[in-house]
Write a new protein. Sequence first.
Length: 258
Amino acid sequence: MSAWTIAYAVLLYVAFTVLVGGVIYKIGIYAMTPAPLRIPTMPAPRTRSGVAVRLGREVVLFASLFRGDKWAWIWSYLFHVSLLLVLIQHLRYVLVPVPQWLVLESPFGSYAAFVLLISLAGLLGRRLMIARVRFVTAPSDYLMLALLLVIAVTGALMRFVDRANIVGFKAFIQGLMALQLKPLPLSPLILVHVASVAGLMVIFPFSKLMHAPGVFFSPTRNQVDSSRLEAQGAGDVTVGDAEARPPAHAPAMREGVR
């Protein structure tokens, strides 16, 4: 077994462990963080079912981003949809046998790579060219975009230009799943692609990319607007009643005492 195979096997095992452990750790922190104040972004739903619909719009349609910045919404939505199609296509490396629905999806996943590249270029250009966005962009944001671009470029090159040994790579991945080492094809594109994916897996739980599961724990999104109901309940007590009512802690006035 080559040193490259052993090194990349260890790298992927470590990256997968950090990814799963880090995501679980972060979700645990989100779940245990208290939210004593009612701070839903207005207008907010007044029922739990309304909150579910609101979260659904955020996850599926990016509704708040659409209202705030149309260009950011376009690039972000294209990126997420194309990335989803590409990731679904990659299931062929882990599923045996490959289901028919995945075979039918494969062409869409292949050409979604071009949309992925265009959307990443748009997101990067937005951070470089718009002053207010550039001001709030951290170095880690550029690192994540760079890793995603490297992954997308090398993946597209392997698919359309320099076809790598995909059969050998699939055997390598399935071997890792079975805790068995199979030879890793020593293609430069495969090595760069896999190393970039592993790097992204490691930084994912500790980066802004965690907004994906984090949206479900955001109090501005998952809280019911109960302030109106509380105000209505408080409104049942008039000002005169409040003034006439003695404080709860005041001692009772005895008869005959003036």
